[in-house]
Design a protein around this ligand. Structure first.
Ligand SMILES: Nc1nc2c(ncn2[C@@H]2O[C@H](COP(=O)(O)OP(=O)(O)OP(=O)(O)O)[C@@H](O)[C@H]2O)c(=O)[nH]1
Ligand SMILES: [Mg+2]
Length: 523
């Protein structure tokens, strides 16, 4: 920073403001400033004039805007006012800062040597880039004086792009930095000084990383290291939220360096956005800018386009919370902490190496097991293959069986139906049989009775037979008797015959004898 009387004033007054801001504590964490506690602190730091007006300014601001004055707003307004009116007494500066209704941003411009950082800074504050002008941020050919053109930080407070518009007042505090990776000024020294500057400024709203076509052509370790070291110095988890990438000489990129937007974006991603993501925690939006008047000679519309893009960047970061730079630890302390971490990591690494060798041994055993398992697996695979084949055969057989089964099933079904019919028939027959059996039983009963009767009759018959036999015997006897009698009768008859014949002969002899005597005598 150039030590002029003005900058000395700004620096001293801003330091005083910071002491007051540090003492402003809001107990509810809302950041809202109480007028009374503000004037108490002002009084304690030696500001005694104008306190009533300051208190009134807080109250009237709250009434007018409907929004309470916060510490963040007072901080940015104070920084703007201190730079605008560095010769004013502090009480007046506070009163004006409270009353100011402006937009203000602190913009940090970073990038490698000769990429257009100073040109962009100049454009941001004047609305144009004039490489001949040395009123504001001085630009020059790359490598000027062997150490770049900008060799120290330039801080300036200005209306945005000259604020020619009639609308709301927009202010910027631009911090232009020396180009990164300057061989004469190593990044470490550069960032060490930058850190103390931004620590004093307390907050940064916007970081603009300026890149030119040469950064996009290929990914370089230079930019990567620069971004990593910058992030290390800033000590923020996510710088990307407050970062935008500005591509200078934007008009020359397509088609001079890249045939189309797609190829350009691919290259930008590789060479700039990826290293940025690695260092800043996330990617960032990019904006193509054409800063030099020479660029507008062929395409005049580029001038307006560049202004619009810068306004877009400004508007975008007005919505985003500023990076608080008060807690930044010095780079030496940071490096000491990193060394401590490194030592701890080394111990951890040693332990991990031991663990690793153990794991390796286990792994070797596991590998052996694995090999065996692999062998078993390949055997199993073969078996499986064979099994699969026999399974296929079985499947075929099963299909055949299934077919047979289906056929059998159909047959069975038919048989079952037939059996059903048959069983119905059987049932009918059984019923019929039942009836027949009943009939038969009746008949048997009847037969029994008949048998009984027969037996009775047989018995009777036997008796009769016996009687008959007795009678037969008697009859036989009678027959024999008859026969005998008959024979006797026949013999008698014969005798009778013979007697009759004798009689007849006698009669015949008698008749002859009578016929001889003349009369018949009856005998
Ligand atoms: N045509 C054209 N030239 C540009 C553009 N941006 C920067 N330049 C030129 O590029 C050269 C380097 O620009 P500087 O602004 O000095 O770059 P720097 O990053 O500040 O450089 P150091 O401070 O040395 O690190 C100057 O001659 C600029 O005029 C641009 O968009 N278009
Ligand atoms: Mg420069």
């Amino acid at each position: 920073m150039r030590k002029t009387k003005t900058t000395a004033n700004v620096s001293a007054k801003w330091d005083h403001c910071c002491r007051i801001l540090d003492n402003l504590i809001d107990f509810d964490g809302s950041g809202v400033i109480e007028g009374l506690s503000l004037i108490n602190i002002l009084e304690r730091t030696g500001i005694t004039d104008n306190l009533d007006q300051i208190l009134a300014a807080v109250e009237s601001r709250n009434e007018q805007t409907g929004e309470p004055l916060t510490k963040g707003l007072l901080e940015t307004n104070l920084f703007a006012t201190v730079q605008q009116f560095p010769t004013f007494p502090l009480d007046k500066i506070f009163e004006m800062a409270i009353q100011q209704d402006i937009d203000h941003q602190v913009i940090l411009i970073i990038g490698l040597l000769g990429r257009g950082k100073s040109a962009l800074s100049q454009f941001l504050v004047t609305g144009e880039h004039d490489s001949e002008s040395d009123d504001t941020f001085i630009s020059g050919e790359m490598g000027h004086n062997g150490g770049g053109v900008t060799t120290d930080f330039w801080i300036g407070h200005y209306p945005l792009m000259g604020n020619t518009g009639t609308e709301r007042q927009r202010f910027i505090t631009v911090i232009d930095t020396p180009g990164g990776n300057d061989e004469n000024i190593p990044n470490f020294e550069n960032f060490k000084r930058l850190q103390s500057v931004i620590k004093r400024i307390r907050f940064i709203n916007t970081i603009l990383l300026v890149v030119s076509p040469q950064d996009i052509m290929r990914r370089t370790e230079t930019l990567n290291t620069y971004l990593q070291e910058f992030a290390l110095m800033m000590q923020q988890k996510n710088l990307a939220a407050n970062t935008a990438v500005c591509v200078t000489r934007g008009n020359t990129l397509i088609p001079v360096y890249f045939p189309n937007v797609q190829r350009f974006e691919q290259a930008l991603e590789q060479s700039v956005l990826n290293p940025l993501t690695e260092a800043f925690g996330d990617s960032a939006e990019y904006f193509m800018l054409s800063l030099a008047k020479a660029d507008y000679m062929v395409q005049p519309e580029l001038e307006e386009q560049t202004k619009e893009r810068l306004l877009e960047i400004y508007t975008k970061f007005m919505q985003i919370k500023a990076i608080d730079c008060q807690q930044m630890v010095s780079l030496e302390t940071r490096i000491r902490l990193l060394i401590q971490k490194h030592v701890a990591l080394e111990t951890e690494h040693k332990q991990m190496t031991e663990d690793l060798s153990q794991t390796k041994e286990t792994l070797a055993e596991t590998e052996k097991d694995l090999e065996e398992t692999q062998n078993t697996l390949s055997e199993t695979e073969e078996t499986l293959h064979r099994t699969a084949e026999s399974l296929d055969d079985t499947k075929d057989a099963l299909d055949r069986e299934k077919k047979n089964y289906d056929e059998t099933f159909l047959l069975l079904q038919a048989e079952r139906e037939e059996r059903q019919k048959y069983s119905e028939q059987l049932e009918a027959e059984r019923m019929e049989h039942g009836e027949t059996r009943l009939k038969w039983e009746n008949e048997v009963e009847e037969h029994h009775q008949t048998q009984f009767r027969l037996e009775t009759e047989i018995r009777n018959h036997k008796t009769t037979k016996t009687d008959l036999e007795t009678k037969d015997e008697m009859l036989e006897e009678n027959r024999v008797f008859i026969k005998t009698t008959k024979q006797e009768l026949e013999a008698e008859q014969q005798k009778l015959e013979e007697a009759r014949k004798d009689i007849e002969k006698l009669n015949a002899k008698n008749r002859k004898l009578e016929s001889k005597k003349g009369g018949c005598i009856i005998s």
